[in-house]
Ligand binder design. Structure first.
Ligand SMILES: [Fe+2]
Length: 904
């Protein structure tokens, strides 16, 4: 795309008054039948004008014209399922007539400048666009304008959709006659509502030039404010699907108290007990039983441009996921029937990958064979559908990897939840919870026990000093929920602590697992430490204890590392960006690609995944308390400043600042694949953001004086994360460096952080014994009088199967994770696609190309690391290379690729 700028100004020199033969054809006759030209201010009948087209190459084109100049606009409109090209229904017929009449879209050109004579805005120049052609799924509408003298640069175009249905506008190209060189593109990529839905409002599309608020061309100042006001709305009423209003609300739609008492859920957000980030306000009516909860219904409003599914149709991952949840999951539930039925033995688990589960005949299921061919397949020689899973690569390479301790601990550094492992900094390990309620706080993983398990390699204190001990600590977060969860059917819970020792080789060795049940009015506290000892009973108990820890880690991963810290916390950034940063603000344009599809997937999550009775509650250990636990984690742990990767690593003791080290950080475990690759991505984003920010902000004062930017940051802190608004750790926004750090943090969370915890889900949990989402039975030794202990004693494999997820839970989770791990064909990877406005600015364009170059280089660095046999946490017999932070990928379940945004 050329960097063109077109303006219509009076020539300064009389010598320009002679038209050149080669360019005079740019001008078409003044009167055209379909053009409506508003009565502009009176002016002389004929004046000469200069049309200036500046390109990157820098040449100017000057011609002399009559008093009015004719401009052509070509509007590209995308075919959609529900929009104006839908082929069914009465509205379609009326819209055809509208097209035939040539009054399809009313366009108004707005000057960026003020009329020098009046000092006021020029009156916009209007014309109707009429349908000119249709090629495949794209139609072209054209309009012709007569632009008066001295009108200046066109800075915005207002659009009114005369159809009865909404339209998806891709772009509007302005040009003089058919002169390609004079072309200016206004990127729209937006739904334009029918004027019959909202007659009072025309859509505003600004040109690709970015302006800080203080630099806004005078002719656009009013529109800049008006567009923001329209996006903010007034915070009242129920949102309608065609609207584009962004506002905040609490999570009060997870339950359904009107259905029954058991479906009531607490409101998350807005209280000390359950702090939470805000979601997008929908304004639905309140439930009858609980005035604080919102009815769920079928309308999960999101602002219109956040929902692109009708454009992308079947290739869009969110749509695929919706289909799987709608049809495949109920089919599984019908096929297996007994919700509690576990797998009888390991070979039954293996059969999921070679024979599959035959699904009941159901209308529409054959469609899923094409939609999700990885999951639903046709049985040979029959018309039956079968749910047949792909064997994850880790099991393909090493069937027993999941069973081994070294793989269990390796996955804390190179698995899908690399965010939990922490340095153990002191002994004894003590709980911060109230001993009066929960029992003695001291852990049974004592210095003596550690020394015994590391076979006297060093004392426990030396191990602490040498930073050799690490911990997965799910004690204080889970302990308060143990009794509540145990009251639910078909699940159980402990609090857990797992301690690891860093070997000479730089790998982790798990040395002890402690499981705890707190005191209750009827029973004292119960806790026990399990170690992998040299006898059959201890070895089997160790395996069972690992199942509990994996279920805890799996829950924490989905609820905190994944949902809360990426999907959920990003939504307020999106809302604030739309409400406070104009579409012409350079920071809006920088962030916009990082917010693609996030609100749509989050709304779908509220509908099916995290809702009362949804997939998470049905398949994860904490059941109906799952979301409450994520709220408690938000309250205890979440800090914006700690979402920056370096700060997160330092906070967990996994790194310390070292100016001599690469990235200024020395890692505690040198071969920590997530941290090593993540820091490359973090640094690369930071360099791109630095180049970008410095191009627009020359002094700290520019940052301080940017009213939109300051309001944006204020709103993120005080409205989007209102329950944390008074925390002292919020970074200040006073300098370019502050801005770079805040933006890098947001962009890292949207891209690298999410990719690291999302796209390996099927790889690691597609064979569920490696990462069960739930442990359904207590440790057999908690009560040796029970039948379960006898079962364990006679045949421990049966106890393991009973503890594992049920057949329905396992297969539902595997189906969903397969989709969640998938890239759609239209995925946009980091540094891949520059925005038009960036390409139009040589400085930004060059910076973006450097960014893309670094990402390509990182691909090579990661490949080299994965084949370095010294790096035992990512390279070894049967080990799947760590590729989750490789920037690029093809479509499908690839286990690599960093999309710009949280899109699935
Ligand atoms: Fe995700």
């Amino acid at each position: 795309m050329l960097n063109t700028r077109l303006s219509l100004t009076q020539p300064k020199s009389p010598s320009l008054l002679s038209p050149s033969p080669s360019t005079s054809s740019l001008w078409t006759p003044l009167s055209t039948s379909h053009c409506i030209v508003p009565s502009n201010r009176s002016r002389p009948a004929r004046l000469s004008y200069k049309v200036k087209c500046e390109k990157e190459s820098g040449y100017n084109l000057s011609v002399v014209t009559p008093a009015e100049v004719t401009l052509k606009a070509i509007v590209s409109v995308q075919m959609t399922i529900g929009g104006v090209f839908a082929h069914l229904g009465l509205k379609r017929g009326l819209d055809d007539i509208t097209d035939l009449l040539g009054k399809s879209l009313l366009l108004e050109l707005v000057s960026a400048e003020l009329d020098p004579k009046t000092g006021e805005e020029w009156k916009p120049v209007s014309a109707y666009a009429h349908k000119k052609s249709q090629d495949g799924d794209e139609a072209k509408y054209e309009a012709s304008f007569k632009v008066p003298t001295g009108f200046g640069e066109v800075g915005a175009i207002l659009v009114e959709n005369e159809h009865r249905k909404e339209m998806f506008l891709k772009n509007i190209v302005l040009l003089t006659s058919n002169d390609e060189a004079s072309k200016i593109t206004f990127v729209c990529e937006s739904w334009v509502h029918s004027k019959f839905d909202n007659p009072a409002e025309k859509r505003i599309f600004f040109s690709a030039k970015s302006y800080l608020p203080s630099q806004t061309p005078k002719g656009l100042v009013r529109l800049r404010g008006k567009d923001l006001e329209s996006v903010r709305g007034d915070g009242a009423g129920e949102r309608k699907s065609f609207e584009r209003i962004y506002n905040y609300d609490v999570y009060n739609d997870l339950g359904n108290p009107d259905r029954n008492e058991d479906m009531a859920r607490p409101v998350l957000g807005g209280s000390k007990e359950f702090p939470y980030p805000r979601r997008c306000r929908t304004g639905r009516p309140r439930t009858k039983k609980d005035p604080h909860s919102e009815q769920r219904g079928s309308n999960f409003y999101i602002p219109r441009d956040e929902a692109f599914s009708e454009v992308k149709n079947t290739t869009f991952s969110v749509k695929t996921l919706r289909s799987v949840l709608h049809a495949v999951v109920p089919s599984i539930e019908t096929a297996i029937y007994d919700a509690k039925l576990g797998f009888p033995y390991f070979t039954a688990i293996d059969s999921l990958y070679d024979e599959g589960v035959t699904l009941p005949q159901q209308e529409g299921l054959s469609f899923f064979r094409t939609l999700v061919p990885r999951i639903v397949k046709a049985l040979r020689d029959t018309t039956e559908n079968v749910l047949l899973f792909e064997t994850p690569e880790m099991i393909d390479r090493d069937k027993f990897a999941w069973f081994r301790d070294e793989e269990f601990s390796r996955q804390t550094l190179a698995g899908i939840n690399p965010y939990s492992i922490k340095l153990l900094t002191e002994l004894p390990i003590v709980s911060k919870l109230d001993p009066a309620i929960y029992g003695p706080p001291e852990s049974l993983i004592t210095a003596e026990l550690i020394e015994q398990e590391i076979k006297g390699a060093m004392t426990a204190q030396e191990a602490i000093k040498q930073k050799k001990l690490f911990i997965l600590d799910y004690h204080d977060l889970l302990l308060p929920y143990v009794h509540k969860v145990r009251e639910l059917e078909n699940t159980t819970l402990y609090a857990s602590r797992t301690v690891f020792f860093l070997t000479h080789e730089g790998t982790l060795m798990p040395i002890a697992i402690e499981l705890t049940r707190p005191a209750s009015p009827t029973k004292p506290q119960w806790k026990q430490v399990f170690t992998d000892d040299w006898d059959a009973t201890a070895a089997w108990l160790w395996k069972l204890a690992k199942v509990h820890v994996c279920a805890h880690d799996s829950g924490y991963h989905q609820l905190v590392s994944h949902w809360l810290r990426t999907h959920c916390c990003i939504e307020p950034y999106i809302i604030a960006s739309h409400r406070q940063l104009s579409a012409m603000h350079p920071i809006y344009r920088l962030l916009h690609p990082h917010f693609r599809y996030t609100m749509e997937i989050n709304s779908l999550a509220r509908e099916y995944l995290i809702s009362g009775g949804g997939i998470i509650e049905s398949c994860f250990s904490p059941g109906k308390y799952s979301m409450e636990i994520s709220s408690v984690a938000y309250g205890l742990e979440w800090q914006f400043d700690m979402e920056a990767l370096p700060a997160d690593l330092i906070r967990r003791g996994m790194a310390e600042e070292d100016p001599r080290a690469e990235h200024g950080l020395k890692l505690t475990i040198e071969d920590y694949p997530f941290a090593n690759d993540g820091l490359l991505i973090w640094d690369s984003i930071k360099r791109w953001v630095t180049d970008y920010v410095n191009n627009y902000y020359k002094t700290p004062n520019d940052v301080l004086q940017d009213s939109e930017l300051q309001e944006w940051w204020l709103e993120i802190r005080t409205k989007g994360h209102a329950d944390k608004k008074d925390e002292p750790w919020w970074p200040k926004l006073e300098t370019q460096g502050d801005l770079v750090h805040i933006l890098t943090t947001i962009m890292w969370v949207c891209s690298g952080h999410h990719a690291a915890v999302n796209f390996g889900q099927y790889h690691f949990a597609g064979y569920f014994p490696n990462r069960p989402t739930i442990a359904r039975s207590n440790m057999p030794v908690e009560d040796t009088k029970l039948e379960y202990f006898k079962k364990f004693w006679n045949k421990p494999e049966d106890a393991l199967m009973q503890c594992f997820p049920s057949q329905i839970q396992a297969t539902v989770v595997m189906s969903v994770l397969d989709i969640l791990s998938s890239h759609s064909p239209d995925e946009e990877y980091i540094s891949e696609n520059p925005e038009l406005s960036w390409k139009a600015d040589p400085v930004i364009n060059a910076a973006f190309e450097r960014f893309n170059g670094r990402m390509k280089e990182i691909e090579g660095i990661i490949d080299a690391r994965n084949s370095d046999t010294n790096l035992l946490n990512r390279c070894g017999a049967g080990i799947v290379p760590y590729e989750l932070l490789k920037p690029f990928s093809g479509p499908g379940v690839t286990g690599k690729g960093i999309p710009n945004s949280v899109s699935i």
